[in-house]
Ligand binder design. Structure first.
Ligand code: IMP
Ligand code: MG
Length: 187
């Protein structure tokens, strides 16, 4: 618990995945991607806002001349349950034909967001589309969705930190922490 920032005591139960474990997973995935995409036109697409921290760490572990951009989607309101409806807030304006797309997400939960994004990008003529996520909650799937590159599987807990938020806050925590139940059960 000494790794936590002081203000997290009121909102976080415990560290679920430490910054060191995250760093190791990022390095492992980056090495795999470097090997798999050698000689290919790689276009990395980060999903905002949750994916921003993983994206920044991951691209520094990919030893290839890649291009990158961000999209922004929203599927959560201010609660801990997904609305099931994905809203596109910021799209990519460059053509994606002839590129190998790698979508970078913070977490796969229900799978709804990534299913929507894969189907949408498939209409733009890319050579391939793969999905990369730092965290995965496989027990929560509502639709079939498997990450091609997966960092760390976690249990069905609502987590914050390393890009993930609760009510727009706590994305800046360096470790992945479990949100205290009494914080969101008040809602
Ligand atoms: P989906 O349910 O797979 O569509 O997940 C959509 C989004 O929900 C993810 O990209 C996250 O931003 C968010 N999300 C899912 N689980 C959590 C969580 O435990 N904490 C914070 N955000 C989450
Ligand atoms: Mg979110």
């Amino acid at each position: 618990m000494e790794q936590k920032n002081d203000f997290t005591k009121e909102i976080a139960d415990r560290v679920l995945v430490s910054r060191e474990e995250i760093q190791q997973a990022v390095a492992r995935i980056g090495a795999e991607i470097t090997k798999d995409y050698e000689g290919k036109e790689l276009f990395v697409i980060g999903v905002l806002k949750g994916g921003f921290m993983f994206m920044a760490d991951l691209v520094r572990e990919i030893n290839l001349p890649l291009q990158l951009d961000f999209i922004a989607v929203s599927s959560y309101g201010s609660s801990t349950k997904t609305s099931g409806v994905v809203r596109m807030i910021k799209d990519i304006d460059k053509p994606l034909d002839g590129k190998h797309l790698l979508i970078v997400e913070d977490i796969i939960d229900s799978g709804v967001t990534l299913k929507y994004l894969k189907e949408m990008f498939a209409t733009r003529g890319p050579l391939s589309i793969k999905v990369c996520t730092i965290f995965d909650k496989p027990s929560r799937r509502k639709v079939e969705m498997k990450g091609d590159y997966v960092g760390i599987e976690i249990p069905d807990e609502f987590v914050i930190g390393y890009g993930l938020d609760y009510d727009g806050k706590y994305r800046n925590l360096p470790d992945l922490c479990v949100l205290r139940r009494d914080v969101y059960e008040k809602e």
